[in-house]
Each structure stands twice: as C-alpha cells, then as structure tokens.
Design a protein around this ligand. Sequence first.
Ligand code: SF4
Length: 299
Amino acid sequence: MMEAKHGRSEEPPACGLCGSPAVYLDRAGHRHLCADHLVQDIGERVRRAIREYRLIRPGDRLMVALSGGKDSTALLHLLSGIVPGPGGVTLEAVTIDEGIAGYREATMSVAREMAASLGVRHRTVSFEEVAGSTLDAMVAAGAGRPCSLCGVHRRRALLGAAEEAGATAVATGHNLDDEAQTVVMNAFRGDLPRFTRPPVRDAAEGGIRRIKPLFRIPEKEVALYGMLTGIFRELPECPYAGTAMRSEVRRIVDRAELLCPGAMERIVRGQEEVAAVWRAGGGTGPLAGGEKRDQEREL
Ligand code: SF4
C-alpha cells in the first residue's frame, strides 16, 4: 500500500466482486472490477446478448469478419470459447483485403495469426478479386469517398465469401460505441428507414443473417479485453479514417458519454424502443430510398 505525502492512502480501489485490485471503473454501472472479473463479465454479457437476441441458432455456420483489429480479434476470441457449442454450430473467419497500402498488411498478418492460434479456419478475399481494383486505386481514380467505396465492396466481398462457405450468419465486431454512433448518424441524416431498423435482423440477402455479438460492449472494454487476454496488438490506423463523417460523430458521442455516463447505452436502447414502436405501427416512412444510401461501416 502506498502512502501519499499528505498521509492519505493511495491503495487502488478494490474489485467489487472479489476485493482484488481493480483495473477498471464502470462509470455507468458504478462498479470497480479486477482483470479476471472484467474479462469474465464481458464474456457473460456477450453470452447474454447472444441468448436474448438469438444471435446464434442451432446448426449455424458462423463466418466472423476478421479484420485483425481489436474488435474483430476480441470477437473471434470470445466466440471460439462458445463455439462449437450445443446444436453443432461451427465457426470460421474471413479477412477482406481492401488494398490500403501501409495499413492492411499489418492487420492481415494479425488476423492470420489469431485464427491459427485459435484453430479457426481462415480465408482472405481481396477487393482486386471481387471488384477488380484496390481501394487505393479506386480513390486515386476519383470513384467516390473512401469509406463509402470500402463499405459497399467489403459488404459484397463478405457476403460472397459467406455464401461460398455455406455460412448462415456473418458476425462482425461492432461494439456499443459503433452502434451509438450509427444511431446518431442516422438521426443527423434524417434516415428514417435506417433509424427505425431493429438491432437484429434476418437479412434477406441469401438468407445470411448479420450479427453483432459485441453490440452491448463499450469500445474501451473491448480494448481492455484484448489487453487483459494478451491478444491486443498495436496497429496502424486506416489512413482514410479521418475522412469519414463517423469520426466527427464519434467525437460528439464520446463527449456525451463523458458528460453523461451511460449515454451510449441509452442511445442504443432508446433507438431499439423507437424501432419497436415504429414497426408495431406498421411504419414504412417517407424516406424509402434510404436503404440505398451510403453504406459505410455497414459490415
Ligand atoms: Fe474502410 Fe473507411 Fe474503415 Fe478505412 S476507415 S477501413 S476506408 S471504412
């Protein structure tokens, strides 16, 4: 135990569950947790979301969209502890190589290592294979905004890989921050069809569902999960990241969370309630073309 110069104790706060030194304060839940209990708690919350929303169903063939970044590696790590589970559910992973110089090479290598270490079958698909060009070349040719192009072609590549593998669901690493940002972006755009979309949907396309098992876990907890389980790797940031509207919205949502702990959770739950009321009323909305809008970060 350390003593401060003024004599006050500087002993770290204790875990609310076991009394060990805490590594994390959940400001929204007012809980201190030690490393073991934080990792365990995250796993339990992911399992609860999977049960509550029936994200994984008996006989599923899951395809994890494994970018190699912290979210998707944490997702694969968590799912590999759940699958194979009851009902013959299987798990494999795919990494999409968009062709972004100086960025994708490092994350591809982390993705390969991660899948190999967990014994998960892994494949890669490149934009060159599915679109005939790298993202860098498309951007240089003025084909559109980087994240919009990336979203459209990545979605196509992922669904193509999933269909080829006979997958029944594609799992992505979207976390609570991503989901809260999406709700706010859709509100800013006045995109009613997307704003009123249910959090879990049975996709019409090829019958392949899209699931987000981390959608209740804040980004900082996902990062901590990676660090505490030893799977976290420092990686370069995508050079196009700052160009997306999402990065502006992220600043706004982060500020809201700082000023009002639990804001992200309430944004996402509030949207779920609005979407449920909207669907119960049979709403279709005046913005029926919204589904065709910018699909960045969709998958
Ligand atoms: Fe693609 Fe944009 Fe994400 Fe980069 S930041 S990987 S371009 S969506």
